[in-house]
Design a protein around this ligand. Structure first.
Ligand code: NAD
Length: 284
C-alpha cells in the first residue's frame, strides 16, 4: 500500500488563514522585520516567500538587505534598532550568515520577546524546560504535520536524524514534550539505519539527498523530510531534493512529506504564527 503523501501546503494554509483572521481583528498590525546578509539565491527566495506570506496575512513587513561583507557591528546595530522599535514585533535574521558574522552572537542580540525564529538561548532553554517559548519554526511545523496524522504521540518512538540548533535539537525537545521516546542521531552515530528501522516517527534534517532509503523505514511509519538540497540535473536544471529516497519510502511508510511541498510551507506558516504570538504578548 502507498503511504499518504502529506500536503504541507494545505496544512500551512490552514495555519496562515487562522493567523490572518486574528490579525484582521487587531488594533495594530503585527510587524515582522527580516534581515538578509549576502547574495545566496536560495536564501533570497526563502525571504521573498516569507515576506509574501507576511503581507498576505496582514502583517507590516520590512526587509533589510545587506551586502555579504557587512560587519558584525553593523548587523548588531540594526538588530538593536529593530529591538527598540514599537512597531516591530518579530525579527528574523536569515541563516546561514557569511563567515565574518558569529551566528550565536547575532542571535543573542535579538530581543527574546521578538525572536520569532526561536533561536535565542533564552527561548532554546525554555523549550528544553517545557515552558512557554517562541519555538523554532521548522520543528514546530514538523510537529504540526506529525500531529495531523498521529494526534497523540505518547509512547511513540521518534528518531530525529540531525542535531543542529535550528532543526534537530529543538525537534527532539518538542517530541519529548509530546511524550514520545526520542532517539537523536548525527554524523557520528553508528548504524543509523538500524536505529531508524525502529522509528514510528522518523524526522530527517541532514541535507544529504537520498540518504534515507526505503529499507531504513519501519512499515507504516510517519516520515518527515526536512532536507532541502538543490541538485543539478544532467540537463542543467536544478531540482530541490529531500534527504529521503521518496520513491522507495512511499512504498513502506504510512505517511510521508514530499520535498518540495511538505515542511517548507509549514516553516513559513509557523513564522507567521510566532509573529502573531510575539505581537499579542507585546500588546498585552
Ligand atoms: P546542519 O548542517 O546544521 O546540520 C546537519 C545535521 O546532520 C548535523 O547535526 C550532522 O551531524 C547531521 N548529519 C550529517 N550527515 C549525517 C549522516 N550521514 N547521518 C546522520 N546525521 C548526519 O543543517 P540544518 O540547518 O539542520 O538543516 C538540515 C537540512 O534541513 C538542510 O537540507 C536544510 O536546507 C534543511 N532545512 C529545511 C528547512 C525547511 O523549512 N524546509 C528549514 C531549515 C533547514
Amino acid at each position: 500500500m502507498q503511504a499518504e503523501v502529506i500536503d504541507g501546503r494545505r496544512l500551512a494554509r490552514e495555519v496562515t488563514d487562522a493567523v490572518a483572521a486574528e490579525v484582521a481583528t487587531m488594533a495594530r498590525k503585527p510587524g515582522l522585520a527580516v534581515i538578509i546578509v549576502g547574495d545566496d539565491p536560495a536564501s533570497h527566495l526563502y525571504v521573498r516567500n516569507k515576506v509574501r506570506t507576511a503581507e498576505r496575512v496582514g502583517f507590516k513587513s520590512e526587509t533589510i538587505r545587506l551586502p555579504a561583507d557587512t560587519s558584525e557591528a553593523d548587523v548588531l546595530g540594526r538588530i538593536n534598532w529593530l529591538n527598540s522599535r514599537e512597531d516591530i514585533d518579530g525579527i528574523l535574521v536569515q541563516l546561514p550568515l557569511p563567515p565574518q558574522l558569529n551566528t550565536l552572537r547575532v542571535m543573542a542580540t535579538v530581543d527574546p520577546a521578538k525572536d520569532v525564529d526561536g533561536l535565542h538561548a533564552l527561548n532554546a532553554g525554555k523549550l528544553t524546560q517545557g515552558s512557554r517559548a517562541l519555538i523554532p519554526c521548522t520543528p514546530m511545523g514538523c510537529l504540526k504535520i506529525i500531529r495531523s496524522v498521529i494526534p497523540d504521540l505518547t509512547g511513540c518512538h521518534a528518531v530525529v536524524i540531525g542535531a543542529s540548533n535550528i532543526v534537530g535539537k529543538p525537534m527532539a525537545a518538542l517530541l519529548l514534550e509530546e511524550n514520545a521516546t526520542v532517539t537523536q542521531t548525527h554524523i557520528h552515530t553508528r548504524d543509523t539505519q538500524f536505529i531508524c528501522r525502529g522509528a514510528d516517527i522518523l524526522v530527517s534534517a541532514v541535507g544529504k539527498p537520498g540518504l534515507v532509503k526505503g529499507s531504513w523505514i519501519k512499515p507504516r511509519a510517519v516520515v518527515i523530510d526536512v532536507g532541502t538540497s538543490r541538485v543539478e540535473q544532467p540537463d542543467g536544471t536544478v531540482l530541490t531534493k529531500g534527504d529521503v529516497d521518496f520513491d522507495e519510502a512511499v512504498k513502506v511508510a504510512g505517511a510521508i512529506t514530499p520535498v518540495p511541498g511538505g515542511v517548507g510551507p509549514m516553516t513559513i506558516a509557523c513564522l507567521m504564527e510566532n509573529t502573531l504570538i510575539a505581537a499579542k504578548a507585546r500588546m498585552a
